[in-house]
Design a protein. Structure first.
Lengths: 656, 522
C-alpha cells in the first residue's frame, strides 16, 4: 500500500512559475514577478518537506507513472514515470531547499537588473528541469532533465546577452556539454538494445538477476555514461566550460554551477551504480578522473584573481572529490559530499555575490581587502563556509571529506590497493591546496588594507554596505547548515551513527563492489588518524596562506616573479583552452570549410555535376537553350518532354 | 468507409483554388493582391480542413489502405486511377496541408504577379496531394513531374539574384532523376504489364518481379542480378536526387537560398518529402531485395549525407544556406533509418522491434522536419522583411534587445531543430537512432557526429544574430506583430505538443509501419 505523493506536481510548480513570468513578466510589476517566482519555488520546497514527512510510511522504491505513456510503439515504451527513494529525496531536498534560498537571495541581488522577470523565469525553468532529472524513473526522462538543465544553464550564463563574453560562455557550455551528451546518448542506445527498456527498475532488476553479467557491454555503457558525466559535472577533459560559466549572474553560479546542476553527473553515476558495480574498469576510470580533476583544478585555483573564478575552480575540484568517491563505490559518501558542498559552496558564491554587490560589481581579489568590519554578516557566514570547505572539525565539509578519503584509503582501484593509496594521497594534497586557496581568498577579501576604489563602490550613494535582509537570510541559513549540515553523517569512529549513509542503504546497500568496511576498532582508529591527518594538512594550508597573504603581502608577487614559468602555467590554466582550440576547434572548422564544403561539396561533387552536364555537347546546348530566360520556352520544353513521354508509352503499349 | 471520393475531392480543392486565384488576373491594385492572397489562403485552409476530416475518420488500428478509389482508365496499358492512403500517406497529407498555409503567409510581402504566384503555390499543393495518394505509377508520375513546373517558376520568377541558374540546376537535376525513374518503370511495365504499386510490390515479395523482367525483356547478355540492379539504380536515382542524398544534393543549397523564402518553405517542408515518400512507398516494397544487396554503400551514403551536410552548414554565412544544409542533414537521419531497416535479421523478434522503432522514427522525423524547417524559413522571411532582404549571419547582432519575442520564438524553433528533448525534433531522431543502432551500429554511431555540428551552428545563429552588442542599423527593428504571433502560435504549439505527446503521429503510423516492415521478407 503506497500513498500517492503527487510527484507529477513537483516539477510542474516551478514550470507554472516559468510560464507565468516568461510570458507576462515583462509587463508586470516587480513585486508580482517576485511573488510568483518565490511562491512556486517555495511551494515545491513545501511539497518536498511534506513528502519527507511521510517518507517513512512509503514502500520503496516508490514509483508513480502518468496514465498515458510518452512514447509508445510496438515493442517499445517510455513512460512519464517518477521514482522516489532515499537518493531522490536527498536530491529533492537539496534542489528545492537551496533553490528556494537562492530565489530569495536573488530578489535583492538582481533588484536593479534589467530583465528581472526573465531571470526569475529562467530560474524557475531550471528548477523544473532539475526536478525532472532527479525524479526520472528512466534514462530518457533523465536525459530530458539533463538537456533541460543545460538549456537553462545556457540561458542564464548568457543572461547578459549583449556582452560578448557572456554569449560566448553560454555557447561554450552548451557545446562542451553536448560532447558529453554523445556519450550519454550512445549509452542509452546500447542500454535499450540490450535490455529492451530504459526503465531504471527493469534494467537494474535484469542486471541483479544475472550475477554473472560483468564487464563487457556494461563497461562500455558505464564508460559512455562517464563521458556524459564529465561534461555536466565539469571533470577532465570537459571541465573547461565551468570557469567561463561564471559570466552568469552570481546567484546562478551558486545554484546551477555549484550546488545543483553540476552535481547531476555524480547523481547519475550514483543512480546507475548497479552498472558501475559490475565494471571495475569503469569505476577505476571514474576514480582516476576524479582525483586528477581534484588536484588539477585546485592548482589553478591558487593563482586566479577573480573571486568567482577561484570558486569555480574550487567547484571543479570538489566535484572531483565526489567523482573519486563514486570511483571507489563509496556512493553514499559522494552524495554526502554533494549535500554538504551544496551548502558551503552555495554559501561561498552567495557571500562572494554579497561582496561583489557591496563593491559595486568588483570581482578582482586584488581590488578588495579589509572588508571584515564593513560587511560583518557576509564575513562571518563566509568564514563558516571556508572552514567547512577546508574540512575543519566540526564543520560540514569535515565529515564528508573524511568519509571520502577514508573510503579511498581502503579501496582497491583497478584491482590495485597501491593505486587506491596514491589517489588518497592526491586527495590529501588537494585538501591542503583547497585550504590554501580558500584562505588566500578569505585574507585578500576581508583582511589587510582596503584596495578597492571607494568612488566606484559609491553606487547609489551609500558606499560599501551590507546587503539587504533577503540576501543575508539565505547566507545565515546556509552558514548554519555549513556548520551543522555534516552532523547527520557523524561517523561511528567518532562516536556517531553515520545516519546519512544508513539512510541511503536501501539504494546503495546491495552494492556488491562497496564491500562494507568492517568496523573493527583498528579501522576506527585508522579513520580517526586519517581525519586528524587531513585536518593537519588543512591547517598547513591555512598557515601558508596566512604567511603569504596576511603577514607578508608582498611575498607572493616576488615568488611569482621567481617562478614565472610555473606562475604563468597556472595563471593560464595550463593553456588547456588554447590547446583544445589548436588541436580540435580550428582544425574542425578548417576541415569543414576547406575539405567538406569547398572541396567535396562545392568542388568535387558540384564540379563533376556541372562538368557532366556541360561535357556532353548535345546536352549542354539543351541546357543553354533552357536557360534562354524566356518563360514560354521553358513551358514549351516541359510540354514537349511530357508529350514525348506519353507518345513513348503509347508506342510501347501498341507494340505489346 | 464512405464511398465518397474524398481524396479526389481533396486534390481538386487546390486545383480549383489555383484556377480561381489565377482568374483574378493581373490587376495591380492593393485590393486585387489582397484578394488573391486571401482567397489562396482560404483554399489552403479548406484543404487543411479536409485533411483533418480524413485524419478524424482514419482507422489508425489498421495499416491497410483507406479511402481507396479505383477506376479503370487506360485498360490497354494497365493504367488505373487508383488512390488511397495509409498512415504514411495521411501523415504526408497533413504535413502538406500545414506547410502550404505557412508558405503562403511567409509569401505575403511578395508584390509582383501576386495572383500567379499564389495560384502556382496551390498547383504545387495539388501535385503534392496527387503524389502522396496515387497508387498507380502512371498518374503518380504525372503529379511527380508536374510538381516541378510550379516549383521551377516560383524560383525562376520570384527568386533572388542567381535565380535563373538555381532554377535550371534544380530542374535539370530532378529531370535527370525523373527520366531514370521513368525508364526503370517502363522496363518493369514492358515486362509485367503492370503500373500498380501494390501489385508490383506483391510480385516483388513473391520473388516473381525480377525473373519476369529478365524473361520478358530478353536482355540475355546481362545476368538477372545485373538487370535487377540496373532497374533499381534508375528508380533509386530519381528519389535520391529529390531527397537529396549526397552526392546528388548540390542543386539544393542554391535552389533553397535563391527561391523566395515562402517557396523555400514549400520545397523543404513538403517537396523534400516526396523523395522520402518514394523510398518508402516504392523502393522499399518493390526493390527491397536489390537495396539489401547494396546496403553497405547505401548506409555509407546516408552517413556521408548526415555528416557532410552538417559540417557544411557549420561554415555557411547565409541563414538560408545554413538551413538548407541542415535540411539535408535532417533528412539524412531518415535515410539512415530507412536503410537500417533493410538489414537482414533472419526474423529475429528483438531486431524486428528495432525496425519498427527506426521506421516509426523516420515517419515522425519526416513530419517534424517539415514543421520545423518550414517554421525556421518562415522566421527568415520575417527577418528579411524587416531587414530589406538581408539574411547573412553577420548582418545582425544583438537583435534580442529590440525584438525579444521574435528571438524567443525563433529560439524555440532552433532548439527544436537541434533536437532538444521536450520539443518535436527529439523523439523522431531518438527512435531512428534507437532502431538503427543495433541494426547498423557503426553507421549510427558515426552519424551522431552530425548532432554535434548541428548544435554548434544552431548556437552560432543564436549568438551572431541575437546576442552581443546591438547592431545600431537595426535599433528600430520592430518585434513580431500580434498578427505574426498569432500565425506562429500553432506552429510553435505543435512543436511542444509533438515533443511531449508524439503519440499523435505515432498512433497514426504505427500500424502502417508494422505492415511495411513485415512486408520486407527478411
Amino acid at each position: 500500500m503506497t500513498t500517492n505523493m503527487h510527484l507529477w506536481l513537483l516539477p510542474l510548480l516551478p514550470l507554472a512559475g516559468f510560464l507565468w513570468n516568461g510570458t507576462l513578466g515583462r509587463r508586470l510589476p516587480k513585486t508580482l514577478v517576485t511573488s510568483v517566482a518565490l511562491l512556486f519555488s517555495g511551494a515545491a520546497f513545501a511539497q518536498v518537506l511534506w513528502i519527507a514527512a511521510q517518507f517513512r510510511s512509503l514502500a520503496l522504491p516508490h514509483v508513480e507513472s502518468f496514465a498515458t505513456p510518452w512514447i509508445a510503439i510496438h515493442g517499445f515504451q517510455v513512460d512519464f514515470s517518477f521514482l522516489l527513494d532515499p537518493l531522490t529525496l536527498i536530491m529533492l531536498l537539496v534542489v528545492t531547499g537551496v533553490g528556494f534560498l537562492i530565489h530569495l537571495y536573488s530578489v535583492g541581488y538582481m533588484a536593479h537588473e534589467e530583465g528581472y522577470w526573465r531571470f526569475f523565469a529562467y530560474l524557475n525553468l531550471f528548477l523544473f528541469f532539475m526536478l525532472t532529472l532527479v525524479l526520472a524513473e528512466n534514462f530518457l526522462l533523465l536525459f530530458v532533465g539533463w538537456e533541460g538543465v543545460g538549456l537553462a544553464s545556457y540561458l542564464l550564463i548568457g543572461f547578459y546577452y549583449n556582452k560578448d563574453s557572456a554569449a560566448d560562455a553560454g555557447k561554450k557550455a552548451f557545446i562542451v556539454n553536448r560532447i558529453g551528451d554523445f556519450g550519454f546518448l550512445l549509452a542509452i542506445f546500447l542500454l535499450v538494445a540490450h535490455f529492451g527498456t530504459l526503465s531504471f527498475t527493469s534494467i537494474f532488476g535484469a542486471i541483479a538477476a544475472h550475477p554473472a553479467m560483468q564487464g563487457g557491454v556494461l563497461t562500455t555503457i558505464a564508460l559512455l555514461l562517464v563521458l556524459g558525466a564529465t561534461g555536466k559535472s565539469a571533470q577532465i577533459p570537459l571541465y573547461i566550460w565551468l570557469p567561463d560559466a561564471m559570466e552568469g549572474p552570481t546567484p546562478v553560479s551558486a545554484l546551477i554551477h555549484a550546488a545543483t546542476m553540476v552535481t547531476a553527473g555524480i547523481y547519475m553515476v550514483a543512480r546507475t551504480h548497479v552498472l558501475f558495480d559490475r565494471s571495475p574498469l569503469a569505476l577505476g576510470v571514474v576514480a582516476i578522473i576524479g582525483a586528477a580533476t581534484a588536484i588539477f583544478a585546485a592548482t589553478i585555483g591558487i593563482v586566479q584573481t577573480d573571486i568567482k573564478r577561484v570558486l569555480a575552480y574550487s567547484t571543479v575540484s570538489q566535484l572531483g572529490y565526489m567523482f573519486l568517491a563514486c570511483g571507489v563505490a563509496a556512493y553514499s559518501s559522494a552524495i554526502f559530499h554533494l549535500v554538504t558542498h551544496a551548502f558551503f559552496k552555495a554559501l561561498l558564491f552567495l557571500a562572494a555575490g554579497s561582496v561583489i554587490h557591496a563593491l559595486g560589481g568588483e570581482q578582482d581579489l586584488r581590488a578588495m581587502g579589509g572588508l571584515r568590519k564593513k560587511i560583518p554578516v557576509t564575513f562571518w557566514t563566509m568564514t563558516a563556509a571556508v572552514f567547512a570547505i577546508c574540512g575543519f572539525f566540526p564543520f560540514a565539509g569535515f565529515f564528508s571529506k573524511d568519509a571520502i578519503l577514508f573510503a579511498v584509503f581502503n579501496a582497491s582501484v583497478l584491482h590495485s590497493l597501491y593505486l587506491g593509496k596514491l589517489l588518497w594521497g592526491i586527495g590529501l594534497v588537494t585538501a591542503g591546496l583547497t585550504s590554501f586557496y580558500m584562505f588566500r581568498l578569505w585574507y585578500l577579501t576581508f583582511f589587510g588594507s582596503a584596495r578597492y576604489n571607494e568612488e566606484h563602490a559609491e553606487h547609489g550613494g551609500h558606499g560599501v554596505h551590507e546587503s539587504s535582509w533577503t540576501m543575508l537570510l539565505p547566507l545565515i541559513v546556509l552558514g548554519v547548515l555549513s556548520l551543522v549540515g555534516g552532523w547527520m553523517g557523524w561517523p561511528e569512529a567518532l562516536g556517531g551513527h553515520d545516519s546519512f549513509a544508513h539512510f541511503l542503504d536501501p539504494v546503495f546497500g546491495a552494492s556488491a563492489a562497496a564491500a562494507p568496511v568492517v568496523m573493527s576498532s583498528a579501522s576506527a582508529g585508522m579513520e580517526r588518524m586519517l581525519a586528524g591527518l587531513s585536518m593537519l594538512i588543512a591547517l598547513l594550508g591555512w598557515l601558508l596562506a596566512d604567511i603569504l597573504y596576511h603577514r607578508n603581502p608582498k611575498l607572493p608577487e616576488r615568488m611569482a616573479q621567481k617562478c614565472s614559468a610555473l606562475h604563468a602555467l597556472l595563471l593560464h590554466k595550463y593553456w588547456i583552452d588554447e590547446l583544445y582550440g589548436a588541436i580540435i576547434v580550428r582544425p574542425l572548422l578548417a576541415i569543414s570549410r576547406v575539405v567538406l564544403w569547398r572541396g567535396v561539396d562545392a568542388g568535387i561533387v558540384d564540379g563533376s555535376g556541372v562538368a557532366l552536364a556541360s561535357g556532353a555537347s548535345g546536352f549542354s546546348s539543351i541546357v543553354r537553350r533552357m536557360q534562354s530566360g524566356n518563360i514560354r520556352s521553358y513551358a514549351g520544353w516541359l510540354a514537349m518532354g511530357a508529350a514525348l513521354v506519353l507518345i513513348f508509352v503509347f508506342y510501347l503499349a501498341h507494340c505489346i | 468507409m464512405i464511398a465518397f471520393p474524398w481524396i479526389t475531392v481533396l486534390t481538386s480543392v487546390p486545383i480549383a483554388g489555383a484556377l480561381v486565384v489565377l482568374g483574378i488576373g493581373g490587376g495591380v491594385g492593393e485590393r486585387n493582391k489582397n484578394l488573391a492572397r486571401g482567397l489562396a489562403l482560404a483554399f489552403s485552409f479548406l484543404a487543411l480542413g479536409l485533411t483533418l476530416f480524413l485524419w478524424h475518420h482514419f482507422n489508425s488500428a489498421s495499416g491497410a489502405l483507406q479511402f481507396q478509389e479505383r477506376y479503370p482508365w487506360i485498360p490497354a496499358l494497365g493504367v488505373e486511377y487508383r488512390v488511397g492512403i495509409d498512415g504514411l500517406g495521411l501523415l504526408m497529407l497533413l504535413l502538406t496541408s500545414i506547410v502550404v498555409p505557412i508558405g503562403m503567409l511567409a509569401s505575403w510581402q511578395i508584390q509582383e504577379r501576386v495572383p500567379l504566384y499564389f495560384s502556382l503555390v496551390l498547383l504545387l499543393q495539388a501535385c503534392l496531394f496527387g503524389t502522396f495518394t496515387a497508387l498507380n505509377f502512371f498518374h503518380w508520375f504525372i503529379f511527380w513531374e508536374l510538381s516541378l513546373i510550379p516549383a521551377f517558376f516560383l524560383i525562376k520568377l520570384w527568386g533572388g539574384p542567381r535565380r535563373t541558374s538555381a532554377a535550371t540546376q534544380f530542374l535539370v537535376y530532378t529531370m535527370v532523376g525523373s527520366i531514370a525513374l521513368l525508364l526503370a518503370f517502363l522496363a518493369i511495365f514492358l515486362a509485367t504489364g503492370k503500373f500498380d504499386f501494390i501489385d508490383l510490390a506483391g510480385l516483388a515479395q513473391n520473388g516473381q518481379l525480377m525473373p519476369a523482367v529478365v524473361r520478358n525483356l530478353g536482355w540475355h547478355r546481362f545476368t538477372p542480378e545485373h538487370v535487377a540492379l540496373m532497374i533499381f539504380a534508375g528508380a533509386f536515382l530519381g528519389f535520391a536526387v529529390k531527397v537529396p542524398l549526397v552526392p546528388f544534393h548540390t542543386w539544393l543549397p542554391s535552389a533553397y537560398s535563391e527561391a523566395p523564402t515562402g517557396t523555400t518553405i514549400l520545397l523543404t517542408g513538403a517537396m523534400s518529402k516526396m523523395g522520402l515518400y518514394g523510398f518508402l512507398r516504392i523502393l522499399l516494397p518493390i526493390f527491397g531485395a536489390e537495396m539489401q544487396q547494396v546496403l553497405t554503400p547505401l548506409l555509407w551514403l546516408a552517413v556521408a549525407t548526415i555528416v557532410l551536410s552538417a559540417y557544411a552548414a557549420l561554415v555557411q554565412k547565409d541563414l538560408k544556406r545554413i538551413f538548407a544544409y541542415s535540411s539535408i542533414n535532417h533528412l539524412g537521419y531518415c535515410l539512415l533509418g530507412i536503410f537500417a531497416v533493410l538489414k537482414f535479421t533472419g526474423g529475429d523478434v528483438a531486431l524486428t522491434a528495432e525496425k519498427y522503432a527506426a521506421m516509426n522514427g523516420v515517419l515522425l522525423q519526416m513530419f517534424n522536419h517539415g514543421l520545423t524547417a518550414a517554421t525556421l524559413f518562415w522566421f527568415v522571411a520575417m527577418l528579411e522583411k524587416r531587414s530589406g532582404g538581408l539574411r547573412g549571419l553577420n548582418d545582425f547582432g544583438g537583435l534580442r534587445k529590440v525584438m525579444p519575442v521574435f528571438a524567443g520564438l525563433m529560439g524555440i524553433a532552433l532548439f527544436s531543430s537541434l533536437g532538444l528533448p521536450g520539443l518535436n525534433g527529439f523523439v523522431g531522431e531518438f527512435l531512428i537512432f534507437k532502431g538503427s543502432f543495433p541494426l547498423a551500429t557503426w553507421a549510427a554511431a558515426l552519424s551522431v557526429f552530425g548532432l554535434l555540428a548541428t548544435a554548434i551552428f544552431i548556437l552560432g545563429i543564436l549568438q551572431r544574430v541575437f546576442s552581443g552588442a546591438l547592431n545600431t542599423t537595426w535599433a528600430a527593428m520592430p518585434d513580431l506583430t500580434t498578427g505574426e504571433r498569432l500565425a506562429l502560435a500553432p506552429a510553435i504549439g505543435l512543436m511542444f505538443a509533438l515533443g511531449l505527446y508524439p503519440q499523435w503521429v505515432l498512433a497514426v503510423v504505427n500500424s502502417t509501419v508494422m505492415q511495411m516492415v513485415q512486408q520486407l521478407k527478411f
